[in-house]
Design a protein around this ligand. Structure first.
Ligand code: MTE
Length: 339
């Protein structure tokens, strides 16, 4: 999430940015500097642990539900990323700022796991994850994943349409947004002991987005339940938006009338906002979004890696599914639709 290019960090930003945001960012940059090197360079994936990294959490009772049939409506334009790479090159700030946190994340207990549905709904409720899984139909979908840091992967997710969750929740007519929250357990998740982040991780969608055909709640990948580092037991998958929208480890869905503040918007509002739709023409303030580095195999990660560069696609190539939702919003939000 943090830095890919260092040369833009300097003074002009301070001039252009609200001081509080700037100071906050300085703090983040400082604390993340080590992690950044690791993130795009130093974290060449060590061969040890490749097998331990992939695969479901120990004793995950949902394993019997896998594999499931693929929904072929979502074709890919590239090969899948190797499972072992997907499992070991991850962003999960709750466990640290580097990409190599899978071992720490593996300590997260994912049973029992309760999901709260509250806010503007007919009836607030709590539901056990396995009861939820029994009420939905799982399918496999192949989606591109585009991180705001300009790397990408292609992943075979298992999960269910988010629309099914919204229908289950029965929101009131006044509900316009759905806010999602990650678990908060600093004892298990060392990153959550870092007081400068506004834990827990929060993300949100409009109800229209949440009920779009593409919006998916991921429970598995590569034909088995998700590993903790990839968001077990429940994560969002919204492939037309930058990856930070796809919140992991969800424990709460809250239906609201007001647009909720989200984690990265709160941390660095000048750079990240509510919408975060992928757009090659709207650069991140500190790097270009015109291209992405496609991570497919282990050799695509590390200092000497030269991953394939591909042009970034508007809405990550999913415009036919989603562009209509933003047609009326350009005047009001402008570039903010894309960060
Ligand atoms: N969810 C939580 N709770 N915490 C995070 O740090 N990182 C996000 C997103 N979901 C993140 C999160 C970012 S920046 C990306 S790119 C994707 O997860 C990465 O998903 P993956 O690691 O499974 O590929």
């Amino acid at each position: 999430m943090l830095i890919k290019r260092r040369r833009d960090w300097e003074i002009p930003e301070a001039e252009a940015t609200d001081e509080a945001v700037f100071l906050n960012r300085r703090h983040l940059l400082k604390s993340a500097a080590a992690g950044v090197a690791a993130a795009m360079g130093g974290a060449a994936l060590s061969p040890q642990g490749a097998e331990a990294a992939a695969g479901p959490p120990e004793g995950d009772p949902s394993i019997n539900l896998y594999p499931v049939a693929r929904n072929d409506s979502f074709a890919l334009d590239r090969p899948l990323t190797d499972e072992a790479v997907f499992a070991r090159y991850t962003n999960y700030y709750e466990f640290g700022t580097s990409k190599s946190i899978w071992r720490e994340a593996r300590n997260l207990p994912v049973r029992p796991w309760t999901v709260v549905i509250d806010g503007l709904v007919e009836q607030e409720r709590q539901i056990d994850i396995d009861d939820l899984l029994a009420q939905v139909e799982l399918e496999e979908r192949l989606y591109r994943l585009r991180c705001v840091e300009a790397w990408s992967m292609a992943v075979p997710w298992t999960g269910f349409p988010m629309r099914a969750l919204v229908e289950l929740a029965r929101p009131l007519a006044s509900a316009r947004y759905v806010r999602m929250e990650t678990f908060n357990d600093p004892e298990v998740a060392p990153g959550q002991r870092a007081g400068w982040y506004p834990w827990p991780y929060i993300e949100a969608l409009t109800i229209e987005e949440a009920t779009n055909e593409l919006a998916f709640l991921g429970t598995g990948a590569y034909g088995q339940p998700l590993a903790q580092q990839n968001g077990s037991p429940l994560r969002l998958v919204v492939p037309w938006k930058y990856g930070f929208k796809s919140i992991k480890g969800i424990v709460r869905f809250t239906f609201t009338e007001e647009m909720p503040t989200t984690f990265w918007w709160d941390v660095q509002g000048a750079e990240y906002g509510f919408w975060a739709n992928v757009n090659p023409e709207i650069d991140h303030p500190r790097w270009s979004q015109a291209e992405e580095q496609f991570i497919r195999t282990e050799s695509d990660v590390g200092f000497l890696a030269r991953p394939e560069r591909r042009p970034t696609l508007l809405y990550n190539g999913y415009g036919d599914f989603v562009a209509h939702m933003y047609a009326g919003l350009e005047e009001r939000y402008g570039d903010r639709l894309f960060r």
